[in-house]
Design a protein around this ligand. Structure first.
Ligand code: SAH
Length: 348
């Protein structure tokens, strides 16, 4: 059985011709049924011949995940899902409704092996990669909810559990599938991929010349602090990372977005802000300040509001483009891996 959400339109065309002996235009029809009419079964695809629908039922499937938890935030229009796949793994996905559109946060792996000390996703290590089709399904799951109110998913952030650059091919295939004009047709510029800072991945992406946004989890202005928070810093220290970011900008012309989670007493001093401003000087970028989400297993405390604003102010004064991220779904454990970890604890 093949998962049809796994195929780009070109791959679907090949498959339809090779495996089903059909003409290539059937692939476009199928694709439009899947993504534009959001058919959940082949039987709904009424302009396909009955014999073809029969073959599809025997050889392929669409949805494979089950929703095991759904949490609606009481403080903002955010919904978090925990989805379970037939092999038993679970991942989180989040739908955030903004005034300007709807955004879905996708998990690229089950768990994570990067070991960031403030992150819940990495607690149990990396179980397996998500396939492109499983990432597409996460988007389709939120799209189903939006269909009830006549809206669409307008942007996607690969910022859920997992490290996308460690699952590079599947993530790029996923992007190809959701941006196809016969499908969900989500704009490249409305897609953000967030990386812990795997330099080879950043360099590879730079060569592809895609118009997506690259977010880099920086979280510290120097190797001493970053090394404590993020084991990846040993393999790719800040100088190497920044060099890759400059190259990325030179090659793509796309401004980089740096994520900086503020942890009380760790990386939130005004000296850190100054050092950060020095570090990003000369690189067209944007710094996103995030008050760290408390993860019980980790014990980090978040920076208080006053200090967050002082840190932000210091960046602005130094000419850095910075914002404080609006928190969405704080009451529903919307940070990476928190819901999955809670669910696993409850099951145990
Ligand atoms: N592996 C990728 C993408 C997943 S994490 C990456 O590292 O970028 C998405 C973002 O959430 C990253 O910036 C990550 O550092 C951040 N994050 C993880 N745990 C957090 C927490 N407890 N509080 C705030 N941000 C957190």
């Amino acid at each position: 059985m093949v998962h049809l959400y796994d195929f780009t339109l070109e791959e679907l065309r090949d498959w339809v011709v090779r495996e089903l002996g059909e003409r290539p235009f059937r692939a476009v029809q199928l694709y439009e049924w899947m993504y534009q009419k959001r058919a959940k079964s082949f039987d709904e695809m009424t302009n396909l011949p009955k014999a073809l629908r029969q073959r599809l039922n025997e050889m392929a499937y669409l949805r494979s995940a089950k929703q095991v938890v759904r949490q609606d935030s009481k403080v903002d229009p955010t919904t978090k899902f925990l989805l379970a796949w037939p092999d038993g793994v679970t991942v989180e996905s989040v739908l955030m409704r903004h005034g300007y559109g709807n955004s879905v946060c996708v998990s690229s792996q089950v768990g994570c092996k990067m070991g960031c000390t403030f992150c819940a996703s990495t607690l149990g290590g990396m179980i397996r990669h998500m396939t492109a089709g499983e990432m597409v399904e996460q988007v389709m799951h939120s799209q189903s909810l939006l269909d009830e109110v006549g809206q669409r998913v307008s942007s996607v952030v690969v910022m859920g559990s997992g490290e996308p650059m460690d699952n590079y091919d599947q993530v790029m295939r996923f992007i190809d599938i959701i941006t196809n004009e016969h499908g969900l047709n989500i704009g490249q510029r409305h897609i953000t991929v967030s990386t812990v800072g795997l330099v080879p991945g950043i360099r590879r992406l730079a060569e592809e010349g895609r118009q997506i946004t690259l977010a880099v989890s920086l979280h510290a202005p120097n190797d001493a602090i970053r090394g404590r928070m993020m084991p990846v810093n040993k393999a790719y220290p800040i100088a190497k990372l920044m060099e890759a970011c400059h190259d990325y900008y030179r090659k793509t012309g796309r401004r980089i977005s740096f994520e900086y989670a503020l942890v009380a007493g760790e990386n939130d001093s005004l000296e850190c802000a100054k050092e950060l401003a020095e570090l990003v000087k000369g690189l067209p970028c944007h710094v996103n300040l995030i008050p760290v989400n408390y993860v019980p297993e980790r014990g980090y405390r978040r920076t208080d509001r006053k200090q967050i604003f002082a840190f932000w102010r210091a960046l602005l004064d130094a000419g850095v483009n910075a914002t404080i991220r609006r928190e969405m779904g704080h009451d529903i454990a919307a940070a990476c891996g928190q819901l999955r970890a809670q669910y696993a604890n409850r099951q145990a």
